[in-house]
Design a protein around this ligand. Structure first.
Ligand SMILES: Nc1ncnc2c1ncn2[C@@H]1O[C@H](COP(=O)(O)OP(=O)(O)O)[C@@H](O)[C@H]1O
Ligand SMILES: O=P(O)(O)O[C@H]1O[C@H](CO)[C@@H](O[C@H]2O[C@H](CO)[C@@H](O)[C@H](O)[C@H]2O)[C@H](O)[C@H]1O
Length: 446
């Protein structure tokens, strides 16, 4: 029988080669120089073994903690592929159990069913999610950030004020990282009938492309009604977050910090991705123009990485998921109070993505390019209109904040350039062509 500590020793020596092949690994564009175990918790000491492992992954410019579940039973040791062993995690949450400092807990008043198998969903994601029956989804955060994860903190706060646009948080797993209590997992209600916004939007784009001579409002799969409802849902979540956790008026220092952060990110990404360099002057100018936004700007807790893949359409309406913020951004930035227009900008970027991803790798086709642009414009307008209808007084109509919205959209596109460079280089043209378009459109009103 394998000793759990021998297993860990063996796994750790193999991780430098294994990690870069994992979709959720955030440092795929740099070599892994070493991996060392930080904390080992044996969750099941007899065969099949189940060991919770936190390792520190060293790369030339960073050291980051990652969470793993390992077993002696499956290929590559990744226990999240074993549905039976995953069931143990749910049982521990149901029983409010603590194992060697790793705390499994259900939310107060929630009863969690035991004895279910948990299958890992094979999505292109930054974390690993396990689905139990048709009731529960358990997200295991892969890259760990010290402290409570904003995903859990914000969704708990939203649930407390009765927000209708989230899945109910049902439990959590917390451990310790550098002496601080840290969220490593989050259990939520699973919506088995849900379809994500990206799947719906790209189906609509495909419909339009198949009918080359029709306009976006003439084809069966028009998405504008959904985009409008989605805008209302996002504005409602922002209003609920404001109700739950408050908001502030940004002062000149907050705005200056935000402009500087956009410029710093631009410089960092342009150094890493040479394709971005020709756009730097126009981008810098757009970021500086954000200072000219008139009137008071409300700042509050926001989603932070909102896109069509983070919204689910159920029979009851739109839900927002994954309030973790941009997985690549520092935690201080992810938890800071920010303008809700950042989420609006994220979603506007996503309409652009949905419209243009079908053109990636195809020979140039003027007709399709015109249709793509038309689809994006129609749905961006419908989303913004819906948002403006339901926005709180403090946030107001995004269309009246042209400079700011444009700067946030471009900042998001810069983030996407870095993201695509590291994860899907063939998609780099999507954010780059948007940058060309937006900066080419020149000045905006207000
Ligand atoms: N409550 C839920 N009900 C149904 N499906 C969900 C739910 N939460 C997440 N999903 C599915 O799981 C995927 C991954 O969830 P997400 O929170 O975005 O993880 P990640 O942080 O890894 O991006 C989503 O794209 C969605 O398809
Ligand atoms: O969902 P995650 O939290 O893992 O977000 C990361 O991955 C996203 C891709 O899966 C990435 O989103 C970009 O591509 C999407 C289409 O695949 C598109 O809808 C988004 O608008 C675009 O930003 C996201 O940026 C990244 O943080």
């Amino acid at each position: 029988m394998t000793d759990p500590h021998d297993l860990v020793e063996k796994v750790v020596t193999e991780l430098p080669a294994w990690l870069p092949a994992q979709r959720w690994f955030g440092g795929k564009d740099r070599p892994v120089t070493s991996v060392r175990p930080l904390r080992t918790t044996v969750l099941r000491g007899e065969e099949p073994l189940l060991v919770h492992l936190v390792v520190e992954v060293e790369q030339p410019d960073r050291r980051e903690p990652y969470q793993l579940l390992v077993t002696d039973q499956v290929e590559n040791y990744d226990a999240t592929h074993d549905a039976e062993l995953n069931g143990l995690l749910l049982d521990l949450i149901a029983g409010n159990r603590e194992v060697d400092g790793l705390r499994f807990a259900h939310e107060p008043g929630v009863e969690v069913q035991t004895g279910l198998r948990g299958r890992a969903i094979s999505a292109e994601q930054s974390n690993t999610s396990l689905v139990f029956g048709s009731q529960y989804i358990l997200k295991l955060f892969r890259k760990l950030t010290q402290g409570e994860n904003p995903d859990l903190v914000l969704q708990r706060a939203l649930h407390e004020v009765g927000c209708e646009h989230i899945a109910q948080p049902l439990g959590s797993i917390t451990g310790e990282l550098d002496g601080e209590t840290t969220t490593v997992g989050m259990l939520q209600q699973f919506l088995p009938d849900a379809v994500d916004g990206w799947a719906m939007a790209t189906t609509s784009v495909r419909d339009l492309m198949a009918e080359g001579d029709l306009h976006a409002d003439e084809v069966g799969g028009d998405f504008a009604g959904e985009a409008h409802r989605l805008g209302q849902a996002v504005a409602t979540v922002h209003a609920d977050l404001e109700r739950a956790l408050g908001s502030q008026r940004a002062d000149a220092n907050d705005i200056e910090r935000s402009v500087q952060a956009m410029i710093t990110r631009l410089d960092e990404v342009a150094e890493r991705v040479p394709d971005l360099q020709p756009y730097v002057p126009a981008l810098r100018e757009a970021f500086e123009q954000a200072r000219n936004t008139p009137g008071a700007i409300a700042i509050q807790h926001i989603h932070g990485d909102l896109h069509l893949g983070q919204v689910l359409r159920t029979v009851h309406g739109w839900l927002l998921i994954d309030f973790e913020g941009e997985p690549g951004a520092p935690i201080a930035q992810r938890t800071a109070l920010r303008s809700p227009l950042r989420d609006v900008a994220g979603m506007l970027r996503s309409f652009d993505y949905a419209a243009h991803q079908l053109l990636v790798g195809r020979p140039e086709d003027h007709q399709l390019a015109v249709r793509a642009l038309e689809w994006a414009r129609r749905n961006r307008a419908a989303f913004t209109e819906g948002y403006a209808e339901a926005a709180s007084e403090a946030v107001g109509d995004p269309r009246k904040r042209g400079y700011l919205l444009r700067a946030f959209e471009l900042d998001k596109a810069v983030y996407e350039v870095a993201y695509e460079h590291a994860n899907r280089p063939e998609w780099l043209t999507v954010p780059l062509s948007s940058i060309t378009r937006i900066t080419g459109e020149g000045a905006v009103q207000s």
